[in-house]
Design a protein around this ligand. Structure first.
Ligand code: ADP
Length: 334
């Protein structure tokens, strides 16, 4: 499990659940989403009906699962959790839907990875609170309509663009979640530190926030690693010096690049003059699979404005030269 990965590691779930905010008020940042969602929930509560279906769209680690729990809590309803990959057959979905209690919130993570058959069943369920269960095969097959209790679907996706239009249209409200700015991450870190009983100095929080890639999950993970360092190598207090030394030890640099990110960037600059260079050539130069470079390193390097993917190959930006303290050669692509 990579220190800066936005996805949860295999043993991270229990650690994370202790840090999840439980109410909309304690959910930090994403003000626009909070305002809009607050209104949707308040209106539903006032009407005494199941709330409109909600789609949460955005990169991993920004709080989609957390928000789904908050939605259920604010509505005072139980929450059922499932995911697209778990619903490979329409029957899997029918079983989940028919066992919901009235008003229940169904969280469907990775909704873009649901099977086609489950997806079509979901259309009808979302619209009419009904599914057609097909019994039998071939000419003798019959559709048995099954009434469902009213429920609120909360779908989450990292790839809103991949959702078919008819599915997207059936959500009453879509929340587009964005990366957090440093000041929100500082607040998240301060809150987590209090919950974990870690004395965290304000300037240390600034230091960790700046290296967290705009992602609360990464911020919390870095905090746990810095806490380890503080306990073993210092007196348990996380001050600026401790945070700095810990993050240096873990090879997370000032803007949140790790060793592999820096190796890719260094190879691009020093071996290929800043590019353009093909992905596979670049991957060989750092001794990695192309897929790893493409899916693990590049998204953040692109977002940080250090690397560009062009039809001719990968190119370093002027900022990349600056970040590694190198000077771009005259006439380079940057
Ligand atoms: P996602 O489902 O989008 O991958 P999660 O909801 O699992 O993200 O959040 C990952 C971690 O980050 C959780 O431990 C959660 O407590 C924390 N987190 C996310 N958003 C916030 C926030 N706005 N305020 C405080 N903590 C947050």
């Amino acid at each position: 499990d990579r220190l800066l990965a936005p996805e949860a590691g295999s043993e991270e779930a229990a650690l994370e659940s202790a840090l999840r905010p439980r109410t909309l008020d304690t959910f930090i940042g994403q003000q626009r989403v909070k305002d809009q969602l607050g209104l949707v929930l308040e209106a539903a509560t006032a009407r005494g009906r199941a709330a409109d279906h909600v789609l949460l769209a955005g990169p991993p680690g920004l709080g989609k699962t957390t928000l789904s729990m908050i939605i259920a809590a604010e509505l005072g309803m139980p929450l059922r959790v499932t995911s697209g990959p778990a619903l490979q057959h329409a029957g899997d979905l029918a079983a989940v839907l028919s066992s919901l209690v009235p008003g229940e919130v169904l969280f469907l993570d990775e909704i873009h990875r649901m099977s086609r058959a489950a997806e079509e069943m979901l259309y009808l369920a979302m619209e009419d609170f009904r599914v057609d269960v097909i019994v039998g095969k071939g000419p003798g097959a019959t559709a048995i309509p099954l009434e469902l209790p009213p429920f609120t679907l909360v779908g989450a996706t990292t790839r809103a663009g991949l959702l078919p239009g008819p599915l997207r249209d059936r959500f009453g409200f879509t929340a587009h979640m964005d990366f957090y700015d440093a000041s929100d991450l500082e607040l998240i870190l301060a809150r987590s530190a209090a919950l974990l009983d870690v004395p965290l100095a304000a300037d240390a929080a600034v230091e960790i926030a700046g290296r967290s890639r705009g992602t609360p999950r990464v911020a919390n993970r870095l905090l746990r690693r810095v806490r380890d360092f503080a306990q073993v190598r210092a007196d348990g207090h996380v001050d600026l010096e401790v945070a700095h030394a810990a993050l240096t030890l873990y090879e997370v640099d000032e803007i949140g690049l790790d060793r592999l990110d820096r190796a890719v960037l260094t190879a691009l600059l020093t071996k290929f003059g800043g590019g353009p260079v093909g992905l596979s050539t670049l991957a060989v130069a750092v001794g990695e699979e192309s897929e790893t470079v493409e899916t693990v390193c590049e998204p953040f390097l692109v977002r940080a404005g250090l690397l560009a993917r062009t039809p001719r190959g990968r190119i370093a930006t002027a900022a990349a030269w600056g970040h590694l303290g190198l000077r771009a050669p005259a006439g380079s692509a940057a």
